[in-house]
Design a protein around this ligand. Sequence first.
Ligand code: SF4
Length: 187
Amino acid sequence: MTIRLASELQLDSVVDGTGIRTVIWTQGCSHNCPGCHNPSTHDFSGGFSKDVDEIIDEINNLEGQTGITFSGGDPFFQPKECAVIAKAVHNANMDVWCYTGFKFEELLLMAEKNKDIMNFLKNIDVLVDGEFIMAKKSYNIKFRGSSNQRIIDVKQSLKKKKIIIALADDVDVDYNFGRCDKEGIYI
Ligand code: SF4
């Protein structure tokens, strides 16, 4: 199985989720958000193909990383491949964040027809959802480009059948351990 990527794994990110993270930049996105910072990742035939097993090997050999973040592009255009990788990330005792231009509610609807979407969702800890909206762009929000995007605790949201926010903007983040400092917030 191969996945289409925009670049090789990027280590040591502190802006794509809590802690120190490795980012998987997937290739392909059709949301076309005006002002997108990564237009080179839109073309579904751009980037390059990489064997999923090779990526998992690289993940298993990582040191000093809190977790993996799927970004792009939009990872939900390759849910089957991403689900396999995300499962391996958890097996390696790291957590999974994912950025998507879809809203969580849209993904749930899509999942009714595509089991790979739900399989991927179930292997994500934190989802940052929604398109980038230039009019809502802000430098005062954590881990997002625009204030419409939400940082969602996927497991709790699926369990409680309503959206549970994982990380609010008024919460301090412990960057060393990738955890937050209030009850109910992402652990
Ligand atoms: S979803 Fe992300 S990658 Fe896709 S156009 Fe919007 S900002 Fe760009």
